[in-house]
Design a protein around this ligand. Sequence first.
Ligand SMILES: Nc1ncnc2c1ncn2[C@@H]1O[C@H](COP(=O)(O)OP(=O)(O)O)[C@@H](O)[C@H]1O
Ligand SMILES: [Mg+2]
Length: 269
Amino acid sequence: MRGDWTDLPEELRIEIEAKTGPINSIDPAPTGNHADIASTLHSPAGLTFVKAARKLADRDGPEVMSLRREAAVNPYVLALAPRLRFQVEVGEWVALGFEHITGRRADFTPGSPDLAVLAKTIQSIQCTPCPDVVRMVVERRWQSVAEDVSAMAGSALLHTDLNEDNLIITPDGRAYVVDWAFVSRGQAWVELGLLVPWLLKAGHSPREADEWASQFGSWTDAEPSHIDLFSKVFAERWRTHSETNSVAWVAEHAMLTKQWASYRLRGSK
Ligand SMILES: Nc1ncnc2c1ncn2[C@@H]1O[C@H](COP(=O)(O)OP(=O)(O)O)[C@@H](O)[C@H]1O
Ligand SMILES: [Mg+2]
């Protein structure tokens, strides 16, 4: 749930202004939905992108944990991500201040030139060693719906949420990956599997999405049965999720992951 800059406690705003200088104006981010606050701050020092989240009564809670994961991985992914300039923690609040990137969201529709940029970005993620600070193991996500999730376990760095809003393309064609909240370790091909519903949403057929993924060695070297299993548990996890969460995009993700699983598992019954 997104709030307003003025919802932040004054002590936190003072700490942030101590880093940015006096803030003249604020533009809330148009997209994304995890952090409690995500805004561009205008100050004499220039633009800063701030994400802030509030702890729960007795612990960090999921939003603050996401910010901590983003902060921890940032120094290792500077070739891909905006630089973290500061982190402030006041009372129940944690805020991160990033270098602001002026650009547009990526476009994954079939034929878009951004798909080549996305491919290059994924190659670059897959060439980046996974630092020890990345503790989340990706296969845990499907433990509740599969007996054996070891096919997805591995040691590659995974962003895990490469949607169009999380890839910013600047006017000079540079791509920045934002929102490292769910950075994880696992098999490199899992990144591509997680991308599939976003490709389908942008208009690719399941076959086209699979063919697109086949440009990566991590995909073609993977056991096809492992990808089949992934497609099945991925869809199953979203199906169970959609039963308890009636938000439209959750239902859509359940539908898209099911569509891909049906394609992968066609003929195997
Ligand atoms: N450093 C940045 N500079 C400019 N815009 C950004 C930056 N980081 C994120 N954004 C924009 O803000 C949106 C929300 O930020 P994001 O990190 O994705 O938060 P959430 O976890 O809420 O999805 C992104 O989709 C992107 O449009
Ligand atoms: Mg986001």
